[in-house]
Design a protein around this ligand. Structure first.
Ligand SMILES: [Zn+2]
Length: 382
């Protein structure tokens, strides 16, 4: 269960944080005989990282400066791309039709980062080296409620805060077993943590993803209400707020900044970063839905994906979802939510979704856990 009343206010805060001085980046290209040259026009020299991935072939360009925004982007027709806004800066992923060997360097006056993509495969030796320096993705796992805030009280007195923590801990366990991830819990025991503090934890750890775990309760504890709902940050909400702000310049000045002209508001809201964050939240929500259906099968009644703006999801630049795992007011679902086997399965499904989100294959060490789950299921069936 979560609070809705703060929604509009929290979205505005979200936008406010984005309104802080941005610095535009232009991306253009040139095709030469032996290479494709990608040129990034930058306002200043910033730390960067360029590396490649395969299946599918990708060239990843990380620009480490939180104030950068990609303003315009021109790329060869055969390239597709994704832009990700992160707390540390901007990630541009080029999906290339073939393997390229990148070489990056700066050119001054004006400042440009040149990334030359040479045809020809990167050598296997180099790839091994890269694996060693791979920095794991930080996933912030947020068990709802805690301490003096018990969340919903369900069938047989089961408490939401307890269920949330159990599932979150299993999820952190799976993630930490996989060297490609690092899980950070917003609380590790039964104590109170404010919503603002949870968002701050994500910001401090430069979270790549934020996942909040909750369980639902029906009004008047109606025992028939059931099902799983996943919430992603709302794009439509952002668009309607945009309209409101563009129409009402006095409100915009008050909420964004004293010099928030219509142009500025429009610019902020059409920002690539905002759109990428919202789209990535929805993509993650869809993957969680798919994996929950795959792992839990008939044990999950899926109600759908909804989009909403709420405070815990307001981590600028970090795609975020909130999972209402089931109804603790429903006797059947309460029994499942209480069982460690079910809790593990839910956590495992979310782990699988995260793996797919980053276009990874499941890690072998975590696959073993899935096998042990299958065994325990077989035991139950007997
Ligand atoms: Zn809740």
């Amino acid at each position: 269960v979560f609070r809705r009343s703060l929604s509009t206010f929290s979205l505005l805060l979200f936008l406010l944080s984005l309104a802080l001085a941005y610095q535009p980046v232009k991306v253009r290209y040139g095709v030469h005989k032996e290479k494709v040259r990608i040129v990034l026009d930058l306002p200043k020299k910033v730390p960067y990282r360029v590396f490649t991935l395969k299946s599918p072939y990708r060239v990843v360009i990380d620009l480490k400066s939180p104030s950068l925004r990609i303003k315009s982007l021109r790329l060869p027709k055969s390239f597709r791309y994704k832009v990700g806004k992160h707390p540390w800066g901007v990630r541009l992923v080029l999906l290339t039709p073939r393997a390229y060997k990148p070489k990056a360097f700066y050119v001054e006056r004006p400042t440009r980062l040149v990334v030359d993509l040479y045809r020809g495969k990167a050598r296997a030796v180099k790839r091994k080296k890269r694996k060693k320096v791979f920095k794991p993705y930080t996933i912030v796992v947020d068990p709802g409620h805690g301490g003096r805030d018990p969340g919903a009280i369900g069938y047989g007195g089961i408490r939401e805060k307890w269920v949330n923590l159990r599932i979150a801990k299993y999820l952190a366990y799976y993630l930490n077993k996989d060297p490609r991830f690092k899980a950070v819990l917003t609380r590790r025991g039964d104590y109170f943590v404010s919503l603002r503090r949870r968002a701050l934890i994500a910001k401090r750890h430069k979270a790549d993803l934020f996942i909040s775990i909750h369980a639902d309760a029906a009004p008047r504890k109606n025992p028939r209400a059931r099902g799983t709902t996943i919430y992603a940050l709302s794009y439509r909400g952002a668009v309607s707020t945009k309209r409101k702000l563009v129409k009402d310049s006095r409100l915009a000045r008050k909420l964004l900044s004293p010099d928030a002209t219509d142009y500025r508001v429009r610019y902020i809201l059409s920002d690539f970063g905002v759109r990428a964050t919202l789209e990535n939240s929805t993509r993650l929500a869809r993957l969680i839905a798919l994996e929950m259906k795959r792992v839990l099968k008939r044990e999950v009644h899926f109600k759908g994906i909804r989009r909403r703006n709420f405070l815990v999801l307001k981590v600028p630049g970090t795609p975020a979802v909130l999972v209402e795992v089931g109804y603790i007011t429903n006797p059947t679902e309460a029994r499942r939510l209480r069982s460690p086997r079910f809790q593990k399965k839910v956590a495992y499904a979310i782990y699988r979704a995260i793996v797919r989100y980053f276009n990874f294959k499941p890690y072998r060490g975590v696959y073993l856990v899935e096998r042990s789950l299958r065994r325990s299921k077989a035991k139950v069936a007997r």
